[in-house]
Design a protein around this ligand. Structure first.
Ligand SMILES: *[C@@H]1O[C@H](CO)[C@@H](O)[C@H](O)[C@H]1NC(C)=O
Ligand SMILES: *[C@@H]1O[C@H](CO)[C@@H](O)[C@H](O)[C@H]1NC(C)=O
Length: 289
């Protein structure tokens, strides 16, 4: 009797244990199920085409490493990197290959003969030419175009914001134009002006990092491009004039009250010339920096 009873008790404990296990399992896996479900429901995520001109310099690899490792965290991102060079460099090629980012690597040397201080004009225009063709292929998913300097600082939040763009979305940029923040002013959910100190008479006093454009619009306006003919600081206005007037701009980042991108600059760094040193260091030319 006693023996049988014990067996029943044991079975009950076992059943209870299994029940607890099953309940715990269900609770634990619930968020995962929800996540999968959520992604399937949300479905379409616009592609972000990030256009980044870059040029050879001491801190280039450091800057591109920092940027690429941010971009590796962005979903549906296509990075178009354009070197200002006669030939593609191994440094940039390897950096792109080693990243997990979907990318397109292009190059075009800036024409120095054209006297203009604007940087990245030829490079961004080449990227736009490439993108127009790509968008007409089956892989060319719809999305937005974002012009990204290689030494700015980007919060992941700025990428979430720009996926909401219908035509042209705008947001504040931190530490630019002599200000803590340069930003569109918003009244009743519409852009009503700008807070900018540097050349405030620009048609669109915005930094390159402060807007994104619906990629399809570049097919609707095949003539839209950057120009060497405009004065410095007018590249943003030059491209935006094709797509929008001020009242069409879509204010993002909580009606332009949040800073999700900073116009940081990597300072120009100097190293000593070994040839001029009495006691030069051991040669390190074979090490990529
Ligand atoms: C982007 O622009 C095209 C037309 O130029 C339009 O059909 C499409 O709906 C726009 N995308 C979004 C997300 O509004
Ligand atoms: C922006 O402002 C408009 C008008 O005041 C408001 O309806 C809207 O909810 C605001 N959007 C955000 C994201 O705060």
């Amino acid at each position: 009797m006693h023996f049988v009873n014990l067996k029943i008790v044991k079975k009950q404990y076992l059943a209870l244990g299994m029940l607890v296990f099953v309940v715990l399992f269900l609770f634990n896996s619930k968020p995962a199920f929800q996540c999968q479900f959520h992604q399937e429901v949300v479905g379409y995520l616009p592609t972000i085409y990030g256009i980044t001109p870059t040029y050879s310099r001491l801190a280039q690899k450091a800057d591109l490493t920092r940027l690429s490792q941010t971009l590796m965290l962005v979903k549906n991102f296509h990075w178009i990197v354009i070197e200002d060079s006669e030939k593609k460099t191994k440094l940039v090629e390897n950096l792109l290959k080693e990243s997990t980012i979907k990318y397109t690597h292009l190059n075009v040397k800036t024409n120095k003969a054209k006297h203009s201080t604007a940087s990245g004009v030829e490079q961004r225009n080449l990227a736009l030419d490439w993108l127009r063709k790509y968008l007409q292929t089956p892989e060319g998913a719809p999305g937005v175009v974002f012009f990204m300097d290689d030494d700015n600082t980007y919060s992941l939040k700025v990428f979430e914001e720009m996926r909401k763009v219908k035509r042209v979305g705008v947001w504040p940029v931190g530490i630019v134009g002599g200000m803590r923040v340069e930003r569109p002013l918003v009244t009743d959910g519409k852009v009503s002006g700008f807070s900018a100190l540097w050349k405030p008479y620009r048609p669109f006093p915005l930094d390159m990092a402060g807007f994104a454009i619906n990629a399809t619009l570049f097919l609707d306006y095949p003539e839209a491009k950057f120009s060497r003919k405009v004065q410095s600081g007018f590249q943003e206005s030059e491209i935006l004039k094709y797509f929008a007037t001020v009242k069409d701009l879509e204010p993002l980042a909580d009606n332009c009250t949040k800073v999700y991108v900073w116009h940081t600059r990597t300072q120009k760094m100097a190293i000593l010339n070994p040839k001029k040193l009495k006691h030069p260091p051991i040669n390190d030319d074979h090490i990529e920096v």
